[in-house]
Every structure is written in C-alpha cells, then in structure tokens.
Design a protein around this ligand. Structure first.
Ligand code: AMP
Ligand code: MG
Length: 377
C-alpha cells in the first residue's frame, strides 16, 4: 500500500522550507554568522527530531524517500543525517564533508574456525571457511565473491559442536585445501581484481576475524600476517558510535540487523551468509550517511591484539580511486587526535613531489624537514 503522505500532510513531514523546521536567525551574508546560524539551525532541527512521535518520524522519512525501517533510535539518526546533508547543500561553504569517499572497495570477510563448546584462551582455532565479498562502494554493487573451505592441521576432525554451529561437515573439510594454499589463492584473486592498486578496506563484524583467527592461523601455518589484513573496519564499533548505542548494550550481528529493521538472510555462522549480512548492514549504514573508515589494526599486545586506528590516521591512509596511495605507517608522525594539527615528517622513502595532502576538518598541516607537497586545507 502506498503510504506516501498527501499534500496537506506534507508540511508536517518536510524537513526544509518549512516554518516548523526553520530557525529564525538574523540575516547576514557574513560567513561566521552563516556558520553560527547553521549550527543553531542544526540544534533546532535535532531537538525537533528528538521530540518527534514515532509515527511522524516514519512519515517524514517516507516523505523524503528514505528507508523507514528500523528502531526509533536508528530512524532518528537517519533523519538527522539527512537533515545535515540538506543543510550542508544549502550553505556549502560551511559544510563538513560527511560523505567523502574514503575507499573505493570493501572486502567483507567472515571466518569460521574450529571450535568446541568451551574454548580456553589458548585454544588453537584454525580457519575452516574463508569467504570474501568484493564490494564496489562507488557503484554500490557486489563485484565478485571468493569462497573456500580450509583443511585444519592441528584438529583435522571437527567437533560435533563445530559442525552443528557452522553447518560444515567433515567430508567438506577432508576435501579442502590447506590454509596456506587458500591464502595464495586469495592473493591471486585480489591481484586479478587489481586490488593492490586500488583503495580498499577490509570489513568485519568484530575484531576476532583478523586479530584472533587470522593471527592464530598464520602462527600455526608459519606465515607472515598478510599486510592487506593488518587493518580493518570493525562494523560493530562503527555501528555503536554512529547510532549511539550505549556501552553496556551488548551488540551482535542479529541486534544490528534488527535495529535496522532487517532479518538475517541465510544461515547464521555460515561464513558466506554472515559476510552477506555484514554487507547488508554496511549498505544500510552508508545510505544512512555513515562515513565508514578503518578503525582497528593488528597489535602485538594481548589479550585482544587490536589497537584503535584514529580518524586522522585513517583519513591520511585512505585515498580516492584516482589518487596515489601513500602508506605513511612507520614513516610518519601523525597527530593522534582528529581535530588537532597534522604533522607529516618527511621520512625515508616518501616522495612528496606528486602528493596532494588534504587535511580533515580544516586541521592545519605542517610539513617538517625537506617535505614539499601541495597542501589543501
Ligand atoms: P561467527 O562469525 O559468529 O560465525 O563465529 C566465528 C567462529 O567463532 C566460529 O566458526 C567458531 O569457531 C567461533 N564461535 C562462534 N560462536 C561460538 C560459540 N557460541 N561457541 C563457540 N565458538 C563459537
Ligand atoms: Mg561467521
């Protein structure tokens, strides 16, 4: 049934050009006054949205052609982001770039691993399912899927618990390739898609895939941890921050999906189905205006083997599809806080001559040493 509001209802639902949503401000073209008024307008609209009854919230989202599925908290956040974008289009010289493209592709990964009902801290989990969905962020479509099972070495017989949990049977595992062979195939597949010449980020639903399963597996197989997997987007962490989920609320894939008004598609704990559902969450968050950025990286210290990647670090290490990638890790001092000054040290092997550095949130940039680059701030 079409629930699009009638013309008489539209005043109630419109977010702009509507007296209900207009903060009355002193008129001036002065940039500072505009910026100030824009912030006031934002606060005014946010307040309106916070007080909006659920029914009006749904009606407003529908009126603007937006997704109206999800919990009231998520619907409010969606409407606020929409309003923010509308306002930044109105006054674009004071807008903050919320929709900048940080990565051209996502690699969505969800490992399944050997397990038992109770696994001690030293349990040697081995990866038994390795799925990757290659997603084109610009075209908003799946490009390809890599999928392989892996034969474990330490525990070649799966526990009944593991088979029931993952729906992977012993015969599949007996006929699978070893992890080192599968990893070689993964890297050939990434090369086939020219991924090492493109901007991409690995996306997982938590830190365990890379910081636990991949790390343990590489130790067992005596392999170097693959460089491309050393940092990733923990979508659950981004979800918590973007939709402001309290720290004491336990999140999991099911809760993220139901919060967004979605149901799990396929079978839970099937690596490929899990990855497909992570993609559905990712797509919904992007359309809600969330800027996804790498937020975690591998760290050598237990217990989690995970360190946080700051916003400024993620921004400087990301690049658009037509830009040159410069990996500053270990060669650069980057300010740790998002809004603070960015210091780029002309370290070894960095050629600044063709480099354009764009600062985030208009943070000042200082190049130290002999560095010369085009600064855009
Ligand atoms: P998931 O991505 O949630 O399917 O989990 C990845 C891996 O974590 C599984 O393949 C198991 O090795 C382990 N795991 C997940 N849930 C459980 C559980 N309830 N009990 C024991 N191990 C689990
Ligand atoms: Mg899984």
């Amino acid at each position: 049934m079409n629930q699009y509001p009638s013309k008489s209802q539209s005043d109630q639902y419109q977010m702009s050009n509507n007296s209900k949503f207009r903060y009355s401000s002193p008129s001036s073209n002065n940039a500072t006054t505009k910026y100030y008024n824009n912030n006031k307008q934002y606060a005014f609209n946010t307040n309106k949205i916070n007080k909006m009854p659920d029914e009006q919230l749904v009606g407003t989202l529908k009126y603007h052609g937006l997704n109206s599925k999800g919990s009231p908290e998520i619907l409010r956040k969606r409407l606020k982001e929409f309003m923010k974008i509308q306002m930044s289009q109105d006054i674009n010289e004071t807008s903050i770039p919320t929709d900048q493209l940080m990565y051209a592709y996502f690699l969505i990964i969800d490992f399944e691993a050997t397990c038992d009902e109770i696994n001690g801290a030293n349990f040697k989990h081995e990866i038994i399912e390795f799925p990757i969905i290659l997603y084109d962020v610009v075209l908003k479509r799946k490009v390809d899927v890599f999928h392989s099972y892996c034969k474990p070495f330490i525990n070649p017989s799966l526990s009944q618990f593991c088979m029931t949990l993952t729906n992977i049977n012993q015969c599949t595992i007996d006929n699978a390739k070893s992890f080192p062979e599968v990893l070689t195939e993964v890297e050939q597949w990434l090369n086939k898609h020219h991924m090492f010449a493109k901007s991409f980020a690995v996306v997982c639903d938590c830190n365990a895939d890379m910081a636990k399963f991949m790390r343990i597996q590489c130790e067992i197989s005596n392999l170097e941890f693959p460089t491309w997997g050393k940092q990733w987007i923990n979508i659950m962490k981004t979800f918590r921050q973007f939709y402001t989920v309290a720290a004491d609320v336990k999140l999991n894939m099911q809760k993220m999906l139901s919060g967004l008004g979605l149901e799990f598609k396929g079978r839970q704990h099937s690596g490929l189905n899990d990855a497909e559902n992570i993609l559905r969450i990712t797509e919904t968050m992007i359309s809600d205006g969330c800027l996804l950025r790498i937020n975690e990286k591998l760290d050598s210290s237990p217990p989690h083997f995970t360190a946080t990647v700051t916003r400024s670090e993620a921004v400087i290490n990301s690049y658009g599809p037509n830009e040159q990638r410069i990996d500053f890790s270990n060669k650069t001092a980057i300010s740790a806080k998002p809004f603070s000054t960015l210091k780029i040290v002309d370290g070894a092997d960095i050629d600044f001559s063709d480099l354009t550095i764009t600062s985030y949130d208009n943070a000042p940039i200082h190049l130290i040493g002999n560095a010369e680059a085009n600064l855009m701030s």
